[in-house]
Design a protein around this ligand. Structure first.
Ligand code: DAH
Length: 407
């Protein structure tokens, strides 16, 4: 049954769209059939042009062409509210129909001009072309072939470096106690690094901090000479210089020593320094604070012990030891002496003390009014104990197999 414009009972946009679709697919089909026939060598040219005229008239004739039927059957009878919608669709459809008709005209007239022999060879070229196209598509598909059984590309996730992770953890413990964070330069002056920390020039305690001095500074006064800092303690001075008491700070950072690398030494490592200065701060506060910090880092069953020591900037000074986390402080493990604590049951972990009154003199604090404590710990040393690492060099070699274990 050839297509005729159907009467509509529903003038909703959806119904109109579907009616238009039906009409356009009808003309498409008729056009294809017409052009196909025109390409046949066996059909006479006169029949081709006659059929083209029939096709054109059927769709575009003023009287009863499909396009004019559209106006009669759809537009004229559309309810007033739908007129605008119908009108727009009729116009747009008319344009498409005209396009199809002129395309059909062009192609049919072309075929009608050709001799049967030429059409014959056209068909051959056409089918060769199809074969070629098929081959091209096939090889393109071959190229794009996707082996879904291959493993995907893994994008490994980075992990926080164990030293930074430990440093953040230590800082976190003190932040929770209300400490703030300060940083200082890695290249320090003799003044901040030694003199203001109560290491007088030529004092033998300087020898315990063997470091690298920047060359060619002989003409400068000693206090201005630059060196790589061996500890974070100068940040204590810088902090007190710019802040009035009370002060509670932790100072994480990198330090340098003139040490040959081995399993327990590295020329570069990290420290976290701490300083609390206020009125009436006592050694009890120091003990309580560090005991709490060690329990927070190593677990609540860890005990601490304060062992007399010496640092020029604290008086009295102490080394803090924790009960050995490998043998639970017993000194023996697996029936033999514990190697980690050399059978003593204790592991030395950090230095601390009450700030020496001389230090207050360098920062304009009144030593008769304030008191305070300071401490300094090695981050790698704590990481080694926490994670059971047996060689400090592993932290600096960048071996992913080591590092990824901390992800
Ligand atoms: N600066 C010392 C060092 O690197 C560690 C230290 C000891 C820091 C006692 C302190 C302290 O603040 O009070 O060996």
């Amino acid at each position: 049954m050839p297509y005729t414009v159907p009467k509509l009972s529903d003038f909703s946009p959806a119904a109109l769209d579907s009616a238009v679709r039906e009409l356009l697919s009808a003309i498409q089909e008729e056009k294809n059939a017409l052009v196909n026939e025109a390409s046949e060598p066996s059909v006479a040219s006169s029949k081709k042009t006659a059929d083209l005229k029939t096709f054109r008239d059927r769709w575009l004739a003023r009287k009863n062409g499909v396009v004019s039927q559209m106006t009669e059957v759809w537009l004229k009878v559309a309810p007033p509210g739908a007129k605008r919608d119908v009108g727009q669709r009729v116009n747009a459809t008319m344009t498409v129909v005209e396009h199809h008709v002129s395309e059909a005209k062009e192609r049919v007239e072309f075929f009608a001009r050709q001799s049967p022999a030429a059409l014959e060879s056209n068909i051959k070229v056409d089918s060769d072309l199809q074969a070629l196209r098929q081959e091209a598509t096939r090889s393109q598909l071959e190229l794009q072939r996707l082996d879904i059984t291959l493993p995907g590309i893994r994008r490994p996730l980075g992990a926080e470096h164990p030293v930074i992770k430990t440093m953040n953890e230590i800082v976190g413990v003190f932040r929770n106690l209300g400490y703030s964070v300060e940083e200082g330069p890695e290249i320090e002056t003799d003044y901040y690094h030694f003199e203001a920390l109560n290491f007088p020039p030529n004092h033998p305690a300087r020898d315990t901090q063997d470091t690298l001095f920047i060359a060619g500074q002989e003409s400068k006064p000693q206090r201005d000479r630059l060196l790589l800092r061996t500890h974070t303690s100068p940040v204590q001075i810088r902090t007190m210089q710019k802040t009035k008491p009370p002060v509670r700070v932790v100072c994480p950072g990198k330090v340098h020593r003139n040490d040959a690398p081995d399993a327990t030494h590295s020329p570069i490592f990290h420290q976290v320094e701490g300083l609390a200065v206020d009125t009436n701060i006592t050694f009890c506060d120091l003990k309580g604070t560090l005991d709490h910090a060690m329990k927070a880092l190593f677990g609540s069953s860890v005990k601490t012990r304060f062992y007399p020591s010496f640092f020029p900037f604290t008086e009295p000074s102490a080394d803090v030891q924790i009960s050995c986390i490998f043998c639970d402080g017993k000194g023996t493990r697996d029936g033999g002496p514990c190697r980690n604590c050399k059978a003593s049951g204790w592991i030395e972990l950090l230095g601390c003390g009450m700030v020496d009154p001389n230090v207050y003199g360098f920062v304009d604090y009144d030593a008769t009014k304030v008191s305070g404590f300071a401490f300094g710990m090695g981050v790698e040393r704590i990481a080694i104990l926490k994670y059971g690492v047996d060689d400090i060099q592993l932290f600096f070699q960048g071996d992913v197999r080591f590092l990824e274990q901390f992800g």
